[in-house]
Design a protein around this ligand. Sequence first.
Ligand code: FES
Length: 117
Amino acid sequence: MSITEKKLVALLSCADLAPGSVQRVDVAGFPPLAVYNVDGSYFVSDDTCSHGNASLAEGFLEGDEIECPWHNGKFCVRTGAATAYPAMVAVCTYSVEIADGQVCIAAPSEEAIAKPD
Ligand code: FES
């Protein structure tokens, strides 16, 4: 199924993210996102660490855990759960679909997009 048929937002090409790597992506309608390739499976979470303002994409991906570059808190990239102190609050994760060779997440609903008054 194509990206437009399913109302998906393409974040990046699968071919541009090697296994074991993570990349920050900025797209309209979402906070900064981190896209992970764990042995050929793709995951997406918010990029900003829940403990501070660090970019998780600048951290260290080991298996399915991302280690924050600032204070070494860790998160499971599959669930967003905090797995190592001082990170204690989960980061938001997004359901991923692969379409047309792109890592995609669902487009924000019309209600979720803030409209100016
Ligand atoms: Fe990420 Fe502190 S900012 S663990």
